[in-house]
Design a protein around this ligand. Sequence first.
Ligand code: GTP
Ligand code: MG
Length: 211
Amino acid sequence: GLKKKEVHVLCLGLDNSGKTTIINKLKPSNAQTQDIVPTIGFSIEKFKTSSLSFTVFDMSGQGRYRNLWEHYYKEGQAIIFVIDSSDKLRMVVAKEELDTLLNHPDEREYYNENSSLGFNSMGYFKCLHGNDSLVKFKGRFSSLLDIKHRRLPILFFANKMDLRDAISSVKVSQLLSLENIKDKPWHICASDALKGEGLQEGVDWLQDQMQ
Ligand code: GTP
Ligand code: MG
């Protein structure tokens, strides 16, 4: 049959927001796991929609791993950002992480077509060029790679809507000042990842953005 277009997506958000639960629910039922544990570092997951084949970097949201996120920004063609709508105390932390992401300057290496990917001891992607030397160009190609200058669609899930003290997706959107994001297409969906509610709407939007 027709080969689906492959897209790479980063799944970000604070620990315990439901990222892994959401990604798991998007897989076919026979590929879903029953017990979900906090992600260590990150995990690479795959799922398909009607026209796309998604590879997701499901990042850990724990404080000690959040500095890993930026090493993967260049891998993503879109972002799924998950918020625990019942975690009012940490909404401001989620906003800080989002703002950091949106203002991230590029200091990544530039990878050219002849390069291949490898890993260093930290598990970061590294780019090997020719005989093992890191690509020469560094940090001078911001408009190509950084979040700020790329048209990255961002899908927000205001997750855990089933919980009694969850706030509405409109309220989440206000607390995160999403109306200030003018240079990227974004969309917010209320979701209940345990039941899978709201996920399809979000992924349909993302698919439309990435055709
Ligand atoms: P890290 O990997 O640590 O960054 O966390 P995560 O964002 O991947 O969260 P994870 O998917 O591990 O879910 C954390 C907890 O929230 C688990 O106990 C989930 O069962 C629960 N959870 C996820 N989504 C929902 C939801 O929509 N509603 C409720 N009530 N619980 C949820
Ligand atoms: Mg996780």
